[in-house]
Design a protein around this ligand. Structure first.
Ligand code: FE
Length: 139
């Protein structure tokens, strides 16, 4: 895992789409069921849209019905960071990318076993890196 990635708001704005910037750098929330990955079951590794750090595996993604990509565990204990968030009149736990501090979403304690956690993540904060092609034995 590399060191921290720190860029100015102007740099981020130049590299990201307005929607990506609004969610990942300004703690926005995409509309439910609007994101590319909300219901995706495509195998791969979800990386941070800002810095490329690997964050979540499709193997821990599940259908929460919330309209946002939901995972019961991050890829590694160090890939994400959390902190208390009392905004919008709610007590929640914000999830960020540990490398560039991108806002990813929130984590709740109503997820499935074995962790009982629900990482509720915005699609636009993620990019899906597809897994390696599986060679067939044919031919
Ligand atoms: Fe990042």
């Amino acid at each position: 895992m590399g060191g921290k990635v720190t860029k100015s708001n102007d740099q981020w704005r130049a590299e990201l789409t307005p929607e990506q910037y609004g969610v990942s750098r300004e703690k926005g929330t995409e509309a439910p069921f609007s994101g590319d990955y909300a219901e995706s079951k495509t195998p791969g590794v979800y990386v941070c849209v800002c810095c490329g750090q690997e964050l979540f595996s499709s193997q821990t993604k599940y259908d929460s019905g919330s309209g946002w990509p939901s995972f019961w565990q991050p890829l590694s204990p160090d890939s994400t960071a959390t902190k208390g968030d009392a905004s919008h009149g709610m007590r929640r736990t914000e999830v960020t990318c540990s490398r560039c501090d991108a806002h990813l979403g929130h984590v709740f304690d109503d997820g499935p076993a074995p962790t009982n956690l629900r990482y509720c993540i915005n699609s636009v904060s993620l990019d899906l890196n597809l897994g390696p092609e599986t060679d067939t034995e044919e031919g």
